[in-house]
Design a protein around this ligand. Structure first.
Ligand SMILES: Nc1ncnc2c1ncn2[C@@H]1O[C@H](COP(=O)(O)OP(=O)(O)OC[C@H]2O[C@@H]([n+]3cccc(C(=O)O)c3)[C@H](O)[C@@H]2O)[C@@H](O)[C@H]1O
Ligand SMILES: Nc1ncnc2c1ncn2[C@@H]1O[C@H](COP(=O)(O)OP(=O)(O)OP(=O)(O)O)[C@@H](O)[C@H]1O
Ligand SMILES: NC(=O)CC[C@H](N)C(=O)O
Length: 591
């Protein structure tokens, strides 16, 4: 059986940096060549980054991507890398007569096979995801051809991400074409539970196609999305042969014994999704390669559930900071758990030297809030300052006649103004500390504690905030380090400290109950009656639904933050702000 040494390049492209991404492909192809790989695969839309959103609609951007893929092939040959096959994702232009979806004249999400200084084959994604965070009917037209490349005697089909998730289509064509290997290139964002779902899916598809499937995914953050890598190869019988570490850039190299290509089938096949696809073939006369020592392979250990989420938050935060060219961040440190965890994530992402924390005590701040903030800053080594706000709040109050909530929120707004002023002055990115439970219920002050540029906990429910804080401390203890978060930050009842003795539970149900209802209403779109039928108190359910529905306007003005659940606020959940829909069973609320 022919041997093929395959390298999966799990790398971190930057959206829009076509020149930089091209250099990344050259660098990683050199690594792959130094390990004697015959074929190296890069992620979906490697040259442009992913997702490019409306950049896909700019003809100049499409043209730059098309030029880059040709330049890349030539450059690889000039660098002496012409013998290695390279599969790389890029943005291409479709012929004008491409049928819907997603529309005539739209570009394609494509894969190119490069070898010998040329682009020898191109494949366009057939199944376009158009749900959740994906809008691909808006951006791409659909491919209708499967291209099979015979390389070193093996018939290799290229597919792209969603192609694996839908029945029928290119994998059915690959089965009909009798391929020896499917290489699927991906831009598959992280969410909890998804890595194993991908592996199971690939195992099922490998059995259907009767060939091994090689799956390469990108790593890194892009605005709200975090890509976790987790690239792998499964054999035709579903056995995992290699699995790369989660969230780390790197190369997974494996020697595969593959069925030789014998079929010559071309022409059009019914691919069982209501369409027909054309099978095209490219026969490369690649010379056989000299002997080489076997590649060490292995299955990287999986991260524990909390470690995986935490790694996603650190990766998303680090890449947002780095890719937007910030060198430092600023966090308002209250002594509470949210700002404590955000600071810890920031320190893990970019190092304590680049993390500035500021405590801003007001008249109602407790002594322990200042002490706990200081202790956290000391343990983690952040650059910490204290700016009391009482005089500033008093100055406002001398000129404005404010009472009740308006007076309380003023403190949060003075803090927001200080944070943004320090950001302007020193160039720090302000990290917003709110969590998903607060965002769901509107429990934050607009232009106050919701100010800032990036919100690491935006998709993290409060109960998970505590779990992650406990996990991070335990992890430090296991390695003999000082736990980064003072225990009192974890143990104290949450309070905004905007008036004497205030507790979150004055305004919100206890967080375990709140988060359980939010999970059903926000993440599963459950109806009011279904949530009540699941055993929740009808009055509490009505209250929570009202809070969530009335806070849409706040969410629209909130900074981005890394997605870790199946349904984040942002691209995953889009609701009208002006909205009089009332869930059945609730009392209609006034206004
Ligand atoms: N549909 C709509 N479209 C656009 N804007 C709309 C709007 N409805 C109200 N508004 C505006 O929003 C304003 C009300 O929002 P906002 O000013 O934020 O004030 P509001 O939501 O009334 O109060 C903030 C709440 O968050 C709590 N909080 C504050 C700070 C920190 C924490 C914490 O623990 O982390 C909690 C605080 O105790 C209070 O319960 C209105 O005055 C109006 O200007
Ligand atoms: N005294 C303070 N000094 C500095 N920042 C503060 C202070 N109080 C509030 N903040 C900022 O405003 C955010 C809102 O926090 P607040 O204390 O009102 O509620 P919280 O949800 O309990 O957050 P945390 O758990 O971080 O305290 C804090 O996370 C912090 O960034
Ligand atoms: N880029 C894509 O096509 C991604 C869609 C796919 N269902 C995933 O999340 O993995």
């Amino acid at each position: 059986m022919p041997q093929l040494r395959l390298a999966l390049a799990q790398v971190d492209p930057v959206v829009g940096d076509i020149a930089g991404n091209l250099e990344l492909v050259v660098a990683w192809t050199k690594h792959a060549a130094s390990r004697s790989a015959h074929l190296v695969a890069f992620p979906e839309m490697m040259l442009t980054g992913y997702p490019v959103e409306d950049l896909a609609l700019r003809p100049s951007f499409v043209a730059a991507s098309r030029r880059a893929v040709v330049e890349l092939a030539e450059r690889l040959a000039r660098e002496g890398l012409g013998n290695i096959g390279v599969i790389v994702g890029y943005l291409d232009a479709a012929p004008d007569d491409r049928p819907r979806p997603g529309g005539r004249g739209l570009p394609t999400d494509s894969a190119a096979f490069l070898i010998g200084g040329r682009v020898v084959a191109r494949y366009d994604k057939h199944h376009l995801p158009n749900y959740g965070v994906f809008d691909e009917y808006r951006y791409f037209s659909r491919g209708e051809r499967l291209v099979v490349v015979r390389h070193l005697g093996v018939d290799i089909a290229m597919t792209i991400c969603e192609d694996l998730w839908q029945d029928g289509g290119p994998l059915t064509a690959a089965w009909a074409a009798g391929v020896g290997l499917v290489v699927t290139i991906n831009g598959s964002p992280y969410e909890r539970g998804k890595p194993d779902a991908r592996l199971r899916l690939a195992q099922r598809r490998a059995a259907e196609v009767r060939a091994p499937i090689a799956y390469v995914n990108m790593v890194g953050g892009q605005d709200e999305l975090v890509f976790d890598g987790d690239s792998f190869v499964v054999d035709a019988d579903g056995t995992p042969l290699v699995r790369a570490p989660q969230f780390d850039e790197g190369l997974a190299v494996i020697d595969l014994s593959l069925q030789p290509g014998t079929s010559r089938r071309r022409g059009s096949v019914d691919v069982r999704d209501g369409s027909r696809m054309t099978i095209e073939r490219v026969d490369l006369k690649t010379p056989s390669l000299p002997d080489y020592p076997p590649a060490p392979t292995g299955l990287a250990a999986r991260l524990a559930p909390e470690a995986e989420v935490y790694a996603a938050l650190v990766t998303g935060t680090r890449d947002y900071i780095r890719k937007n060219r910030f060198r430092s961040v600023l966090v308002g440190l209250s002594g509470g758990i949210d700002s404590a965890l955000v600071t810890t994530i920031a320190v893990d992402a970019i190092g304590a030297e680049a993390v500035h924390t500021v405590a801003m005590p007001s008249r109602w701040s407790s002594d322990h809030s200042l002490a706990d903030a200081e202790e956290l800053a000391r343990r983690q080594g952040t650059r910490h300052t204290v700016i009391p706000i009482t005089d500033m709040v008093d100055a406002f109050e001398r000129h404005l006649d404010l009472h009740g909530l308006a007076a309380e929120n003023l403190q949060a707004r003075v803090r927001g103004t200080i944070l943004m002023s320090l950001s302007n002055e020193h160039g720090h990115l302000v990290l917003t500390t709110g969590n998903k439970s607060e965002l769901a219920t509107g429990y934050s002050t607009l232009y106050g504690d919701s100010a800032g540029g990036f919100a690491p906990l935006k998709d993290v429910p409060k109960t998970l905030v505590w779990e992650l804080a406990r996990w991070r401390n335990a992890q430090a203890e296991r390695s003999g380090a000082v736990p980064p978060i003072p225990q009192r930050c974890i143990d104290k009842p949450p309070s905004a400290e905007l008036r004497p003795g205030q507790l979150d539970t004055d305004s919100l149900p206890p967080y375990p109950e709140l988060d359980a209802v939010l999970r059903l209403y926000v993440e599963h779109d459950a109806s009011r009656d279904d949530i009540v039928a699941a055993g929740h108190d009808p009055f509490l359910v009505d209250r929570v639904i009202r809070l969530v529905d009335n806070a849409e306007y706040k969410r629209r003005q909130y900074p981005p933050g890394p997605k870790i659940t199946t349904r984040n606020f942002g691209r995953d959940r889009r609701l009208p702000i002006t909205n009089r829909w009332v869930e059945a069973g609730q009392l209609a609320h006034p206004g």
